[in-house]
Design a protein around this ligand. Structure first.
Ligand code: HEM
Length: 129
């Protein structure tokens, strides 16, 4: 189907659930990224990330129904995000992407997802150090 979204092409809700679950597993173990999260429970953050990514890639728009316009740079202002935090965040995300098997995420989709994450993480940097 030529109209198929990226979201559908990579397996829909199940794939985004696995990706964000693994991402937050990595965050929980990361001494640089974990302390930035104000909440002890990472569950709500995981859910917001999952809804955001699903929406971005053509899935349900539950994120904006609940949270409004993403305004991600603004929402990240309270956290100091320099090159070290960016790289640590990306390490977690690259590990999460690598955990999705090649039957679910083929090379082209994997590349698109990785390039988006690299770009998005770079755009969230709000500190020179
Ligand atoms: C929220 C850290 C990059 C998407 C948050 C929160 C923290 C955080 C501490 C608040 C936790 C919460 O929602 O309860 C970081 C760090 C980054 C980073 C250290 C380093 C580069 C990104 C990127 C994206 C993203 C690249 C998107 C691809 C989100 C979303 C939320 C969020 C969707 C929830 C926003 C909302 O409140 O609706 N992030 N983040 N973050 N982050 Fe990040």
């Amino acid at each position: 189907d030529v109209q198929q979204t990226f979201y559908e092409a990579v397996g829909g809700a199940e794939t985004f659930r696995k990706l964000t679950a693994r991402f937050y597993e990595e965050v929980a173990k990361d001494d640089i990224v974990r302390p930035l999260y104000p909440e002890e429970d990472l569950g709500p953050a995981e859910r917001r990330m999952r809804m955001f990514l699903e929406q971005y890639w053509g899935g349900p728009h539950t994120y904006s129904d609940e949270r409004g316009h993403p305004r991600l740079r603004l929402r990240h202002q309270p956290f100091k995000i320099g090159p070290i935090e960016r790289d640590a965040w990306l390490r977690c995300m690259h590990t999460a992407i690598a955990s999705i098997d090649s039957g679910t995420l083929d090379d082209a989709h994997r590349k698109a997802l990785t390039e988006y994450m690299d770009m998005a993480a770079a755009s969230m940097v709000n500190s020179a150090f």
